[in-house]
Design a protein. Structure first.
Length: 141
């Protein structure tokens, strides 16, 4: 299924106008790409294909991990949470999606308009344990 790849490419282009920097961090031997986007950006077909409910107050968190040397997708154990500025925490339940050689980790969560969240994503692969932290303000569409 190249549906998700196409969506993510389009979402990345659309969000490039909103983001001032690439949403990638190098953590140890990995390049970790991440995005949080409103689920209404998904077409109904893409949402259905991946079991995602489209809603104006739901965001999709997408994480992909590449070996920074070989650029190969990495299969990892992944957990995460998001905290609002008042400290309320939401646990993220990631679903692994494999498309050919690409691997994505997807999670959805609800939010209120213009809430700012601090995301903490933990990735483990054998002895390689990394934590991605990022902050993003979420908007209803």
């Amino acid at each position: 299924m190249r549906i998700l790849t196409t969506f993510l490419l389009l979402a990345g282009v659309a969000l490039s106008f909103q983001a001032s920097a690439e949403q990638k961090k190098t953590l140890g031997s990995w390049d970790v790409h991440y995005i949080a986007v409103n689920t209404t950006f998904l077409t109904p077909e893409v949402a259905k294909a991946f079991g995602i409910v489209r809603s104006k107050n739901s965001t999709l968190v997408n994480i992909s991990i590449l070996d920074k040397r070989t650029k190969k997708a990495q299969s990892v154990e992944i957990t995460g949470n998001a905290r609002d500025l008042l400290g309320s925490q939401k646990q993220l339940e990631f679903k692994k999606v494999t498309e050919g050689e690409a691997i994505y980790y997807l999670a959805t969560m609800s939010f209120e308009d213009q809430e700012r969240y601090r995301f903490t994503i933990k990735m483990n692969q054998g002895n390689n344990n990394q934590t991605l932290k990022f902050e993003q303000k979420l908007y209803k569409e």
